[in-house]
Write a protein that binds this ligand. Sequence first.
Ligand code: F6R
Length: 585
Amino acid sequence: MCGIIGYVGFRNASQVLYEGLKALEYRGYDSAGIATQRQKKIKVIKDSGRIEQIHSKYNFLQLSGQVGIGHTRWATHGGVTKQNAHPHCDCKKEVFIVHNGVIENFDELKMNLIAGGHSFTSETDTEVIAHLFEEELKSTKNAADAFASAISKLSGSWAIAAMKKGQQTLYLARNGSPLIIGVGRGEMFCASDVPALLPYTKKVIYLENGDRAILTSGKCLIYNKEGMPAERAVHYVEWTAQMAEKGGYPHFMLKEISEQEEKVKEALAADVSAAVQLLKNQKSFCVVACGSSYYAGLVFKTALQAGTGTVVDVIIGSEFANLWSGKDKVVVAISQSGETADTLAAVRFAKGKGAKIIAITNVAGSSLYREADANVLIGAGPEIAVVATKSFICQLAVLLKIALLLSGKKAQLAKLHGLPSKIAQLMKSSEEIEKIASILCKRKDFFFIGRGMAFPAALEGALKLKEITYLHAEAYPAGELKHGPLSLLDENVVVVALAPSSQNLPKMLSNIQECKARNAQIVIVSDSKEAFEKSKLCIKLPPCETEEIPIVYVIPLQLLAYYMATKLGRDPDKPRNLAKSVTVE
Ligand code: F6R
């Protein structure tokens, strides 16, 4: 929900922190701040607003020093104000803290600290950490011990970077929220995510839950939750700095949509053997995920369940504890970030009952990756826009591959390799889609309908539209309209009908007719001439196999949402109220 970064070394810290925050802005973008230290003086610049706005108002680069911390915020405790922006400090302005996560016992801690004479300047939960650190420093001169003792009083989730006046040192702690260390030569970094480190190093250490670390320019000491020195492996990151740049596109979202032709090839080549091995003898299993990843789970279920006899239960992360039977021996967790708190909580719940976990994720080293028994990496590369596009399409490619291998449909699997050329072909209709977007962006209400494999695609299309245009959009299995939602249709409503040529088409055409009879504006997304006759607004797609439908039909809907958002003046990369990695339950 927030992004944190820290630096200690020989460079100008503010430059590293400012650039790093821009790379992390997708994690939160309502406020930002940086603190650096030079000659025992710590200076802070922070405010509400986007990083660039704050930079043009104050100039982050005026902060000097070779050690510092930075934060980009997505408010949870306390409104979006300058006072609530991080870094936060203690009463004496000697320790400065940035934090991602939620301190669940902050009310009680704050009361005790106030009773002990501390005064607070913000409404955040984070500020208690700074005052606890200050309090502990009263009984020990050793800052590492004081920090450890302060952290031991917290409950909740955290990734913390702290700095103390007079020291060229960073104190880190991790529990539940991501925190990685970047290892350089004569310099050390920490960040919530890899893209912030890519310009400087490819060597990273993933801290484990309960870990603390002490970083100086040449050294990194790590302690586990028992306080014992711990060895953590150094991983080499394959991603490049260029991958995390816009590369001439106006927005990351458009760049990431455009990469899908290539990324699907990589996803189809992914090593899925560990997952297939664990699933092949299971008569039933469960899938857990949130948001778009949940819809990818529905595609997996549709591809696998019909005709194979395997029962696949797909459960939303936040409802898992309420719904899961507890009987599955294997649970498949889908999460592009690998850090979604709801999915991780479900995974831990299932592990506690003895289930084996298969993770389908984009981030090697993420919490999910490390907690799983088997991993499949979807190979989408860094996805910077908040909304899922290429990560969703790569999830689908990998899950379809697993489903087709499990059901022994080798011929269909071979046909999936035709997807990249179909994607290339449909990307050529982007001008047409942009024209339709200009017409539709004046409307306020949207229904997306589909049957079979087109239904999860409809769900994803509606989600993309509402996330980045803030217009009302919902999705239904087309046959469900007549059971209630049809009462909402009139000339003001747009129905986006996903009507691929398949055994579902005749019924789909009747459903479209039902909507037309209520004067709804129909948009046909199809490869069928018969369907095109139903409306003047058509997105014409290449014919495709049943398994390919979700991929071929979602991409034009991503483009539709993108163009509508830009025409409405919205920022498609950073939609209001949303953050890429949802690390709270
Ligand atoms: C939609 C979107 C979200 C995520 C959801 C799960 O565009 O990005 O709905 O799909 O928050 O995230 P991951 O896949 O990281 O677990």
